[in-house]
Design a protein around this ligand. Structure first.
Ligand SMILES: [Fe+2]
Length: 384
């Protein structure tokens, strides 16, 4: 039997092998996409507990994929070595699959300031936040990032057992890229480098925290698996995931932050949806003040969070000076978004003079707590 007979569609052997590769790729892409939509998409028959992914909707991995792809494309245009086809495929696949598994629990402890928030089961290679490590051990499960990689690896084994497309190098890069999305939050918050806290002539001090030594500090999300030695594909996925504040406009940055608050505060969202706004018993008033305070606390951390992301982005940015210039143009929104986040904190303060949380939970503070709550929630686009 000659080749022409085998290739019933009359393509050449080369075309046929390209066709096989495309089939493998589409099968993998399709399976990842189905799982993402099944777990994080909207389903009319889904119960309330499963439809709480305000931030990690299917649009999230799609956006990370687009951003990682743009970085790889720019790198290729600037002649960087590690932006070859395999590296692009690794970044693309990792971006799509990096949040396949998002497990968490809701903190149920009424005396905890984090009552009703969620703790995600973050972790990689035995590294996980202290509280989460205990949970992972108790349940004999891996952190979300590692579990996401495990699922992807199994898919690749199923669809490409001979490693024709997803070679060892592609897999290794994709694994490192997903690992690099694992975030750690150092506490106490680290101090900013000198000079970093003034942007376009505006001093950000009023929107930042202070260390015990009086230095300006902010909420930092490190990615310990991203290092200066990391290949470009790893940088592309890690930054595509976390440094979005550099590449989206102010409205999108604001929305992403609000969605993340909503996703991590499901109890408060349930209360808002259950019309707590209309309830004026003592417990509800206290709760409204707590919700308002939580939103203010969240928003107050945004300028510092993004300032750290900007600093990290440039710390890890690899490549030639031409590539760096192109990347700065691509990630040109950091300053604008940091200033917009600071403006938003200012606007919150104008809604009502901020007072001590104890005031809002006192009978005299009830009206102001209610007003504060309504303004906060309206600003966050929740319906009241
Ligand atoms: Fe993500």
């Amino acid at each position: 039997m000659n080749q022409e007979v085998i290739n019933t569609d009359n393509r050449s052997p080369k075309e046929s092998s390209d066709g096989d590769r495309e089939k493998i790729k589409s099968a993998v892409e399709r399976e990842i996409s189905e799982r993402v939509h099944d777990r994080f998409g909207d389903h009319p028959d889904r119960g309330p507990e499963r439809s709480r992914f305000f931030f990690h909707r299917p649009e999230h991995p799609a956006a990370v994929r687009e951003r990682a792809w743009r970085i790889m494309k720019l790198a290729r245009e600037h002649g960087m070595d590690d932006a070859d086809d395999e590296a692009v495929l690794a970044a693309d696949t990792a971006a799509q699959a990096h949040d396949l598994v998002i497990r968490f629990h809701e903190i149920n402890d009424s005396v905890s300031p984090r009552h009703g928030e969620i703790d995600r089961y973050r972790g990689w290679g035995g590294r996980a936040p202290e509280a989460i490590r205990t949970v992972l051990n108790e349940r004999s499960i891996k952190g979300n990032e590692e579990a996401s990689w495990d699922e992807l690896e199994k898919m690749l084994d199923d669809h490409d057992p001979e490693k024709k497309v997803y070679t060892d190098r592609v897999r290794n890069l994709a694994k490192k890229a997903i690992a690099a999305t694992y975030p750690e939050v150092p506490f106490p918050f680290p101090a900013f480098p000198e000079g970093a806290t003034v942007i376009e002539g505006r001093d950000l001090a009023p929107y930042l925290f202070r260390t015990n030594d009086g230095l300006l500090a902010g909420l930092k999300f490190d990615q310990p698996e991203l290092t200066d030695e990391s290949p470009l594909a790893v940088f592309a996925v890690a930054m595509g995931d976390l440094a979005y504040g550099g590449v989206v406009d102010a409205e999108s940055f604001k929305e992403h932050g609000d969605e993340e608050w909503a996703e991590t505060h499901p109890r408060m969202i349930r209360e808002i949806e259950a019309d707590i706004a209309e309830k004026n018993d003592e417990a509800s008033i206290k709760e409204k003040a707590r919700i308002a305070a939580s939103i203010i606390g969240w928003q107050s951390a945004q300028p510092g969070f993004l300032l750290w992301q900007k600093i990290r982005f440039y710390e890890h940015l690899p490549g030639s000076s031409n590539f760096k210039t192109a990347m700065s143009a691509e990630y040109r929104h950091f300053d604008e978004n940091i200033l917009a986040a600071a403006d938003r904190v200012e606007a919150f303060k104008k809604f009502i003079p901020l007072k001590d949380a104890v005031f809002y939970t006192s009978p005299e503070g009830a009206y102001e707590a209610d007003q504060l709550f309504r303004n906060m929630v309206r600003e966050m686009h929740c319906s009241v």
